[in-house]
Design a protein around this ligand. Structure first.
Ligand SMILES: [Zn+2]
Length: 410
């Protein structure tokens, strides 16, 4: 399994300048290659139009990576216009061509339906003004971690890294990233032994209902609230955004305010990621099986709830739960998108129809039941019942989460 390990890096002013050069070279290679491919594609389109008398004519071959690498890196380096490529490791530039290739492929596959999920736009030209800059160093670039625990990157230097945890094995690559708020990160790709993180099985499962007022309500009646530090960061972000909107366009003060907004944004994103990591770890390590709704984030985003949905960042949370479950030998099951978790009485099973979002508490109308429900807790319990049913139906007949679920589903 491949995992990413990210650490904060603090480059010296000189290293910043050299990193900016590497980012710049990478950007130029990307743009040169993109322009070349686009030109060929446009020419072929012209040759292929029905009213063109050369319609049958020979099409131009779309240049492949080896051609691009030869003309746009190796040979270009010798020209005056691209002489500054000497400031960038060749491997980084070749990696850029591979990244561009992958971007084209993602776009083509998404067009033909080979790739699922949202549509992927064709690759775009990169700008110096882009918020995020990055450069990936592979093994061939001979980057290293020095005796003094610094990260040695060719053409940049020995960077000071804030190591917050140990790398489980030798990383295959490292990406130097400058994020939108001007911070630098080293992101390592590490191959891990899948067996190393599998936890011993436990006899518990949990259903999660992701809510608006509380971050999540669990089937056992407990809930997860957004932590104070996250709410504080969000409050600060809103304040900074208000300040920015009051600044005059094009003014120096507006630029300053914009950086403050970007910093506040980064802080919210970081806090939220920590919060999601913490809870997804807790849930997947304490439970053998975790059940959740299937989110239609894109669908909800079109409605009035959009803001809170994005703010809550459920998709990231569910994604964390998913990969942690795999990693720890646990399971995460999503119940169908149209499963009416808030319509069914979790005590007697009566389906009571849709309820408006403002109905937080309701009473089951079944004469023999009459249970009073907290909307979210009831939904969490229903998600757990439904998840157990799905797991029991799909799991192989071996002991483990499936067997547990089969027993409980009865
Ligand atoms: Zn009932």
């Amino acid at each position: 399994m491949q995992l990413r390990y990210q650490f904060r890096v603090s480059p010296t002013p000189g290293q910043r300048t050299r990193a900016a050069r590497v980012f710049g070279c990478r950007r130029v290679v990307w743009n040169d290659a993109l322009a070349r491919v686009k030109l060929v594609k446009a020419a072929n389109k012209l040759l292929g139009t029905p009213d063109n008398r050369f319609a049958e004519g020979p099409y131009l071959r779309v240049p492949k990576n080896p051609d691009l690498s030869k003309t746009l890196v190796t040979e270009a380096k010798k020209t005056v216009g691209r002489a500054f490529f000497t400031h960038c490791p060749v491997g980084v530039m070749q990696q850029t061509l591979r990244d561009l290739d992958a971007a084209w492929k993602a776009h083509e596959d998404s067009k033909t339906g080979k790739r699922k999920g949202p549509k992927v736009a064709p690759p775009r030209f990169k700008s110096r003004k882009d918020n995020r800059q990055s450069a990936r160093f592979t093994r061939s670039d001979r980057w290293a971690i020095t005796e003094g625990s610094r990260l040695r990157l060719p053409k940049i230097g020995d960077l000071k890294v804030k190591w917050t945890r140990d790398l489980p094995s030798v990383p295959s690559s490292v990406t130097l990233v400058k994020d939108r708020s001007g911070r630098y990160w080293a992101s390592f790709v590490v191959e891990t032994d899948p067996a190393a993180d599998v936890l011993p099985p436990v006899d518990r499962d949990q259903g999660i209902d992701l809510g608006l007022t509380r971050f999540a309500v669990l089937a056992d009646g407990s809930h997860i609230a957004s932590p104070k530090y996250l709410r504080r960061a969000e409050k600060k972000l809103k304040k900074r955004q208000r300040e920015l909107s009051r600044k005059k366009k094009g003014s120096h003060n507006r630029d300053k305010a914009r950086i403050k907004v970007a910093r506040a944004h980064a802080k919210v994103a970081d806090s939220r990621r920590n919060f999601h990591h913490q809870w997804s770890h807790k849930l997947t390590s304490e439970n053998q099986a975790v059940f959740t709704e299937t989110l239609n984030v894109r669908g909800l985003a079109r409605t009035r709830l959009a803001k809170s949905v994005h703010d809550a960042g459920w998709a990231q949370f569910v994604m964390f739960c998913e990969y942690k479950a795999i990693r720890h030998g646990r399971s995460l099951t999503k119940v169908a998108r149209d499963f009416p978790s808030s319509q069914i009485c979790s005590a007697c099973g009566r389906r009571d129809g849709k309820k408006p979002l403002n109905v937080r508490i309701w009473t089951c109308p079944e004469p023999t039941c009459g249970t009073v429900h907290d909307r979210d807790w009831n939904a969490g319990r229903n998600v757990r019942y439904e998840g157990r049913r799905i797991l029991a139906a799909t799991a192989p007949p071996t002991p483990g989460p499936g067997a547990l679920a089969r027993q409980r589903a009865r």
